[in-house]
Write a protein that binds this ligand. Structure first.
Ligand SMILES: [Zn+2]
Length: 307
């Protein structure tokens, strides 16, 4: 092995021929240098790897931290939104409760106006919960509380709906009954000229049973239905002259006799107070009047009780 040495100052190379020992020493030196470098590099590499891991870990932690902060913010947003929604729901609930209270007040007025027993129509029952104002002023409520209140309100409104429907039907029926119930006089103008019961017959002068009430008026005056019903007869009928019979249901009928002219026909539906005939003096009559009869279950009644 030859070692070429290049001198800095001398400008020319010198060839050395080292001895065997020198060569061994150089080889050992070189080997140790390379080995040291490799070891150092390995150590450095290890260190770098360790540092790299540490770097990754701290990066992850910071990412987690960021994620956590974001999640917390999101949660806070959700909570805030939920609070807003609960507040909105609570306000809405308050409005509905106020409306329910107004419905109750309306129901009470109806019951009072219709003069119905308030046992079955108890609209002034205490609400299942406090007023809306108190609820709004406090902390916002839990969703479970709200759901409970909404359920309670819902069932309360349902029961009110049922009550109001029933009340409506009863009032409508009573309206019809009121309409059907014979009540009032069979003329818009006139006076009672002969009552129901025994009287002296105007034709024979003998004591006789008068089956109705005579209401005198002017010729051409109107004869009106005393209740709503169905016309079961509208014809000329012997001593009754021109005659109208109205069925009011429940076995009740009214009869109007001695008309000058009939304004309804059999089968017509008439309203209470509707003109059904023109006053006259047809049949067994001494002057313009209406002979008015009330028949209940086939028996004549004193019309006075219905007038
Ligand atoms: Zn009569």
């Amino acid at each position: 092995m030859n070692i070429l040495l290049v001198g800095r100052h001398h400008g020319r190379a010198r060839m050395l021929v080292p001895g065997k020992q020198a060569v061994v020493a150089v080889v050992i030196a070189l080997a140790s240098a390379v080995g040291g470098a490799a070891w150092g590099g390995y150590q450095l590499a290890l260190q770098q790897v360790a540092e790299g891991d540490a770097e990754t870990e701290s990066h992850l932690v910071s990412r987690w931290r960021t994620r956590l902060v974001e999640t917390r913010e999101r949660l806070a947003n959700v909570e805030e939104r939920a609070e807003h929604e609960i507040d909105a729901l609570t306000r809405r609930l308050g409005e509905i409760q106020a409306r329910a209270l107004r419905v109750d007040a309306l129901g009470q007025n109806l019951v009072a106006a219709a003069d119905m027993g308030d046992q079955e129509f108890n609209f002034d029952a205490a609400p299942a919960m406090g007023g809306p104002e108190a609820e709004l002023s406090g902390e916002n409520q839990s969703l479970a509380d709200l759901e409970d209140q909404i359920d309670a309100l819902d069932s309360r409104l349902r029961s009110r709906e049922k009550q109001l429907a029933l009340l409506d039907r009863l009032i409508a029926n009573r309206e019809i009954n009121n309409q059907r119930e014979p009540d009032g006089r069979p003329v818009s103008w006139g006076w009672t000229s002969s009552p129901y019961g025994y009287r002296t017959d105007p034709f024979t002068g003998r004591r006789a049973w008068h089956t109705g009430v005579d209401v005198a008026g002017r010729d051409g005056g109107d004869v009106v239905a005393v209740g709503a019903g169905v016309v079961t007869a509208a014809k000329q009928k012997g001593g009754y002259g021109y005659f109208v019979e109205i069925d009011h249901g429940d076995g009740l009928q009214t009869r109007y006799a001695h008309a000058k002219e009939l304004l309804v026909s059999k089968g017509d539906i008439v309203e209470k107070g509707q003109q059904i005939a023109v006053m006259g003096s047809t049949g067994r009559s001494t002057g313009p009047h209406v002979h008015f009869e009330v028949v209940r279950n086939g028996n004549r009644q004193d019309p006075k009780d219905f007038m």
